[in-house]
Ligand binder design. Structure first.
Ligand code: AMP
Length: 281
């Protein structure tokens, strides 16, 4: 496995691979890998000759009050895990490589970026779309793999490649969960043991809402209430709980085809997100 730290080398490497007729898959990450990331890498491995994982904690997607400085990092462990999952190259730039000098351009996917997490995290999705557009130009992949854990992000990036005619196929992968149901996240390490226990009420509530949907409940208000009534006694604070249309991310009064229940809550100061497709089976 190679570790490439400069934009110039990464681009040269990728263009050479493409000239040799090899396909490239990219898995963008911020590191501190868990099994969710590994599932993306394994999927990427199936889809291309060359598997590139980028590891970059992108300052542009963090708000001024957010956890950029203390975001967990462990490059030695990440490179071992990435290599075991079949990664050929880790693209590991620093902020100076990605944002040298004055930076004046950004990618803004309107409407989709303004709702749900975009309300509490203004500027976040602009940072995400911009860095992913940059990574696409640097790594020049044929395909890129993202997790449904960040469902809004996935839909924003799909819209971005459509709107800007970026020739990258976006592949979405299901959420990988801990045995007890909590969606895996690098940020789970911030949870105290007590918060970790209480956090479980989020996925448990979503599973109950899904179960209720499968038994015939379609009213969003009722489905949302099920999640709400689960997190409240556990002392989690709601940012949002919504039933949305997957394509538009707009709230639905009733769960129809392509509905998804999405939620963001706080356990202490830790923000947790999770979601589930409302499908009959
Ligand atoms: P991050 O390192 O948190 O920026 O995440 C990198 C990629 O991994 C994104 O596409 C995430 O959606 C995906 N991801 C994070 N957690 C999970 C999970 N529990 N299951 C599946 N994919 C995930």
């Amino acid at each position: 496995m190679q570790i490439i730290k400069t934009v110039q080398e990464m681009q040269a490497f990728s263009l050479e691979q493409r000239a040799g007729g090899r396909t490239i898959a990219l898995v963008p990450t911020m590191g501190y890998l868990h099994d969710g990331h590994i599932s993306l890498l394994r999927e990427g491995r199936k889809h291309a000759d060359v598997l590139v994982m980028s590891l970059f904690v992108n300052p542009m997607q963090f708000g001024p009050q957010e956890d950029l400085a203390k975001y967990p990092r462990d490059f030695a462990r990440d490179s071992r895990l990435a290599e075991d999952a079949g990664t050929d190259v880790i693209f590991y730039p620093d902020a100076e490589q990605m944002y040298p000098g004055p930076f004046k351009t950004s990618v803004q996917v309107s409407e989709l970026s303004a709702v749900l997490c975009g309300k509490t995290r203004p500027g976040h999705f602009r940072g995400v779309a911009t860095v992913v557009a940059k990574l696409f130009n640097i790594v020049v992949p044929h395909r890129a793999i993202f997790g449904e854990k960040d469902f809004q992000q996935l839909m924003i990036l799909r819209q971005m490649v459509r709107d800007l005619n970026i020739p990258v196929e976006i592949i979405g992968m299901p959420i990988v969960r801990e045995q007890d149901g909590l969606a895996m996240s690098s940020r789970n390490m911030y949870l105290s043991p007590d918060e970790r226990r209480r956090s479980l009420s989020l996925s448990a509530g979503l599973f109950r809402a899904l179960d209720s949907f499968r038994k015939g409940e379609v009213k969003s208000k009722e489905l949302i209430k099920i999640v709400h009534d689960g997190i409240l006694p556990a002392g989690l604070r709601e940012d949002y709980i919504d039933v949305i249309d997957e394509a538009s991310l707009k709230p639905l009064d009733e769960a129809a085809d392509n509905a998804r229940i999405v939620a963001a809550v706080y356990a202490g100061s830790v923000r947790l997100i999770d979601n589930m497709a409302l499908k009959k089976n």
